[in-house]
Design a protein around this ligand. Structure first.
Ligand SMILES: NC(=O)C1=CN([C@@H]2O[C@H](COP(=O)(O)OP(=O)(O)OC[C@H]3O[C@@H](n4cnc5c(N)ncnc54)[C@H](OP(=O)(O)O)[C@@H]3O)[C@@H](O)[C@H]2O)C=CC1
Ligand SMILES: O=C(OP(=O)(O)O)[C@H](O)COP(=O)(O)O
Length: 337
């Protein structure tokens, strides 16, 4: 069994913790937080040992009647692999903690690519993380782009990707992002960080990305154009994407016309927290004009990186190859819609 610790128990961390618990080959050693808020209480109710991330604040947990299992240093010492899901920039500050205890660590997409030995996407470059000490699971949007690029690159070769990312302004619980009423080019410069980030996975890929932020919380939406090298028809591309385990081509008959219905669909399917781990690609949008493929896909920012984190744990621990790990993760989570 792989012992896993999660430092940072927020949007991503709590989902990764639950996903680790669901795996047949992993155990959750515990999770770390700085404050005794509702998520801390829920972690304890779930039976997850809770560690204080900042020693001086440990007494606040006592005052809130929330039991601590110890300090984050003890969690790191006990874990075979740490998943750092702290806010952007804090992961970099925590790197020395993991090094002191000789514990390999995963970081999230809010950290810089140069913090780590390799950036990670399970479908595209699983083997690059073998035995690495520091691995970054790329951001939600970069994960969504990488999952799309990998099969297209293998099947046809890619001349160029052009992607416009309409990004949600904040997660549903991020009240500090709002109230919001605006549409922002974000960043105003081009490219957005996503193109260079995709190139940390596909170094030779030509890709331009433009980003915007809109006053929505549910999901991101990508408008994609891929100039392919090989001949393709829309039907062939659709079949290819349907054959991938983490790209869900939304059938037309479901009559899902936006992120709101997608989330409702996920809740109806019994998905935890209404999570959509897969890229959600509108079937009727898949079009080929000459060498150019076009499509729309929705990306659930809170959850698409979760199975990638689980796979990255096995990759650094070298306990499975890509296909084995992806299959185990998918089965344990209940992937497939
Ligand atoms: N949300 C998203 O859509 C996505 C986020 N990411 C990336 O994942 C990372 C985490 O983001 P997200 O989950 O949204 O962030 P959240 O703010 O939801 O969660 C971060 C958690 O870290 C805790 N924390 C804060 N400081 C520390 C610390 N010093 N040590 C330990 N824990 C700490 C916070 O707990 P406390 O309340 O106790 O301070 C909070 O629970 C970022 O790099 C982000 O860019 C990637 C893909 C999608
Ligand atoms: O990784 C994400 O987005 P990104 O791929 O646009 O950086 C998450 O949705 C977090 O985005 P945020 O930086 O707006 O919180």
């Amino acid at each position: 069994m792989l012992s896993v610790g999660v430092n940072g128990y927020g949007t991503i961390g709590k989902r990764v913790a639950d996903a680790v618990v669901a795996q047949p080959d992993m155990e959750l050693v515990g999770v770390a937080k700085t404050r005794p808020n509702y998520e801390a209480g829920r972690a304890v109710k779930n039976g997850y040992p809770l560690y204080a991330a900042i020693e001086e604040r440990a007494e606040k947990f006592d005052a809130a009647d929330i039991d601590l299992a110890g300090l984050v240093e003890e969690l790191v010492e006990e874990a075979d692999v740490m998943v750092d899901a702290t806010p952007s920039g804090i992961g970099a500050e925590n790197k020395s903690l993991y090094e002191e205890h000789d514990t390999p660590a995963l970081y999230q997409g809010g950290e810089d690519a140069d913090l780590v030995d390799t950036s990670f996407n399970a479908r595209a470059n699983f083997a690059d993380a073998a035995g690495a000490d520091h691995v970054r699971v790329v951001s939600c949007n970069t994960t969504g782009l990488s999952r799309l690029v990998a099969p297209l690159e293998e099947e046809y070769g890619i001349e160029k990707v052009r992607a416009t990312l309409v990004r949600r302004g904040g997660d549903p619980a991020q009240t500090d992002r709002g109230p919001i009423n605006d549409i922002l080019p974000n960043p105003r410069t081009i490219p957005s960080h996503h193109g260079p980030d995709v190139q940390t996975i596909f170094p030779d890929l030509a890709i331009d990305t433009l980003g915007l932020k809109v006053p929505a919380t549910l999901m991101h939406t990508h408008s994609i154009n891929v100039s392919l090298n090989g001949d393709a028809t829309a039907d062939e591309v659709r079949e290819l994407l349907e054959s991938q385990s983490r790209t869900f081509v939304i059938p037309e008959h479901l009559d899902i016309d936006g992120a709101g219905k997608l989330k409702e669909f996920a809740l109806d399917a019994g998905r935890p927290r209404g999570d959509l781990w897969e890229n959600c690609i509108w079937g009727e949008s898949i079009s080929v004009e000459g060498d150019d493929l076009y499509l729309f896909q929705a990306i659930h920012q809170e959850s698409d990186v979760v199975p990638e984190n689980v796979d990255a744990i096995r990759a650094v621990a070298e306990t499975a190859d890509a296909d084995e790990s992806i299959e185990t993760t998918n089965d344990a989570l209940g992937m497939g819609l």
